[in-house]
Write a protein that binds this ligand. Structure first.
Ligand code: DGT
Ligand code: ZN
Ligand code: CA
Ligand code: CA
Length: 599
């Protein structure tokens, strides 16, 4: 399930002027920028009490633009109107933006509603009307002011704000503020890949890669750390500071430069000598906790490890550091994959030769949770299937939403018609096997949408929580166990329901839930959507101890989302998973036997 995917923790403040992508930014970013503006228009329309139908129209258009497989920058009116859900007036707004860098109706709304008020609506339990009420009645125009007002009891007596709702607001505020200025993994990854590509092309640059939390595939990224080897470091520094992405330069020296992008993300570039590459890469990949352990190990061997190299303490002589492998080897350890470097048992496992052989993207044979425009996806069944075939999959499941998510207007008839279409397309793309599935809604009691006689007709059922997120722990635990134990449910979709930076994970006794999944042979999903990454690495490791199997799914709502699978793989690696633990690395027959035991 997905609301409008505009929840970038770090969105670009709207400044009129030429759009920031002019000057060679990534293609997809034009679509993202326009999608963000349309979503903002929808939000501000809702906040100012505008027509709900109009709000929905703009939300849908935003999703379509974000998911449109083609760069919309060069399109004319006619081309723009080919985008699903884009009518004449939306096309006109997009054109205005493409030509002038602004949309005047949006600017007018921005003048009425301070940016902070929109930020308030990111709190899960605070809708647009109540956010506006807080602003008009109490002048609250930021998250900080809201926190202050609750503390001072100023919300008391305001219609629609009881003690329970204040508690929920505080909880939501905490989630948002903890996310702070950290950005989503995909946002940082796309930028880092673009920057390392640009820097690698600068004359004199011999090597350039990203390190830090990004290399460890953490689910959110504080800043991007880039390392390079160059014959002419100043040329690299100038290249970085001269990029159109740069909002300001915060530090600049002969070997280190830090900039902040227009999106508010910091990038640190360090240039190191070739002979220090391995030690520098090891050091700046972190984590800090992992580095403390490796440094201790060095000390015990009368060595000193720093970002400059591994040295003999007695002689001061540099021993190794050209490669990371060399550094680990000299410490008596095998090379440790970056997603494991959190000092959460990897050093001990490495010493005992028990590091897992981590699952990789190349191991995946298919995707088991995807949507089409029959529900809230933006591409047709044919388009999604064709795109999946290009990924080289052996199998691919279509799992549109079931009827209880009533906004999606699914019906039995629509579902059966889709099943026919799926059967017709089956095997037509390079022999790719199509599975007809569904994403069921786990209701407050743990029941799902359709009766068994309907469920048995699917090749697989994913079941997920899309409502009643704030149930008490016991009820939530029972609910999840009941869903896992439903014999027709094969995959527990995005189990915690978290939206990174926006909605906390549900509260459940996960040991009990995962034990039930293991017992009932229900796979736990790793939803690869970058604002979910759910199950999280911590939950994956917990589930693994119970003997659970996993499915790494894109939960794609657009063609472009299929590629998100890599972030699910990163999360699976952080959870120590091998290919054998992941059902969608298995051959089709073995997979089908897991999904539908007994045929
Ligand atoms: P982030 O940016 O908050 O997402 O997380 P990291 O891990 O990228 O942290 P960052 O950017 O502050 O530093 C990059 C790496 O450099 C970090 O993972 C480990 C290393 N490092 C930085 N400062 C220290 C330190 O004071 N001690 C040690 N041992 N390592 C450090
Ligand atoms: Zn869902
Ligand atoms: Ca960092
Ligand atoms: Ca850093």
């Amino acid at each position: 399930m997905a609301g409008p995917m505009t929840g970038y923790v770090c969105s670009r403040p709207g400044q009129p002027g030429p759009p920031a992508w002019v000057g060679g930014r990534g293609v997809a970013r034009v679509n993202d920028e326009v999608a963000a503006l349309l979503a903002e228009y929808a939000d501000l329309t809702a906040i100012t009490g505008g027509d709900a139908f109009r709000v929905r129209t703009y939300e849908k258009a935003a999703r379509s633009v974000a998911g449109y497989p083609q760069d919309i920058g060069p399109l004319d009116t006619k081309g723009l109107r080919q985008i699903p859900n884009v009518g004449a007036s939306i096309a006109a707004k997009i054109e205005e933006y493409l030509h002038t860098g602004a949309i005047h109706q949006l600017e007018a709304l921005r003048a009425k509603v301070p940016a902070g008020v929109r930020r308030l609506t990111e709190i899960p339990t605070l809708g647009p009307k109540r956010a506006m009420l807080l602003y008009t009645e109490l002048g609250i125009d930021s998250l900080d002011r809201l926190a202050g007002a609750i503390r001072e009891g100023r919300l008391e007596g305001l219609p629609g704000f009881g003690a329970k709702s204040e508690e929920n607001l505080l909880r939501g505020l905490e989630v948002i503020q903890k996310a702070g200025v950290r950005v989503r993994l995909d946002v940082a990854m796309e930028l880092a890949e673009e920057l390392t590509g640009l820097l690698a092309a600068v004359p004199g640059c011999e090597r350039c890669t990203y390190a830090g939390s990004l290399r460890r595939m953490r689910d959110t990224i504080g800043d991007i750390d880039i390392l390079a080897i160059s014959q002419t470091p100043p040329a690299l520094m100038t290249a970085l500071t001269g990029l159109p992405h740069v909002d300001r330069v915060v530090a600049s020296g002969p070997t280190k430069t830090s900039i902040v992008t227009t999106a508010g993300l910091q990038v640190d570039l360090r240039v190191v000598p070739p002979a220090s590459w391995g030690a520098a890469l090891q050091y700046f990949t972190g984590s800090r906790a992992h580095n403390i352990r490796t440094r201790e190990i060095a000390v015990h061997s009368r060595l000193k490890l720093s970002e400059y190299g591994l040295f003999d303490v007695a002689t001061g002589e540099k021993i190794v550091s050209a490669t990371e492998e060399g550094v680990y080897e000299r410490l008596g350890l095998p090379w440790i994959a970056p997603p494991l470097r959190e000092d959460s048992g990897e050093i001990e496992a490495a010493r005992q030769g028990e590091l897992p052989v981590l699952v990789t993207a190349a191991d995946l044979r298919g995707d088991l949770h995807t949507h089409t425009d029959l529900t809230d996806g933006t591409a047709t069944l044919e388009q999604m299937v064709a795109a999946a075939a290009k990924c080289g999959y052996a199998y691919y499941a279509i799992t549109d939403h079931a009827p209880n998510l009533f906004m999606q207007r699914m019906t039995l008839e629509k579902m059966l018609t889709q099943r026919e279409q799926v059967h017709q397309l089956d095997g037509k793309h390079a022999g790719m096997r199509l599975l007809h599935g569904t994403e069921l809604n786990i209701d407050a009691d743990g029941d799902v949408d359709w009766p068994p006689e309907v469920l048995r007709g699917f090749d697989l059922c994913v079941a997920s929580i899309h409502s009643a997120f704030t149930q008490p722990r016991e009820a939530m635990t029972r609910r999840l166990i009941r869903a896992a134990e439903n014999p027709w449910v094969s995959i527990l979709g995005h189990p915690s329901g978290r939206l990174i930076g926006r909605r906390p994970p549900v509260d459940a006794d996960w040991d009990q839930v995962f034990a039930a999944c293991a017992r009932s042979r229900t796979a736990v999903e790793i939803d690869a959507f970058p604002d979910r990454l759910d199950a999280s690495a911590e939950h994956i490791r917990m589930a693994l101890r119970h003997g659970v199997k996993f499915a790494i799914d894109s939960d794609a709502h657009a063609i472009g989302h299929l590629a998100h699978l890599r972030y699910g793989v990163g999360t699976a690696q952080r959870g120590w998973l091998t290919a054998a633990d992941v059902i969608n690395t298995w051959p089709a027959d073995r997979l089908m036997a897991f999904l539908r035991p007994g045929g």
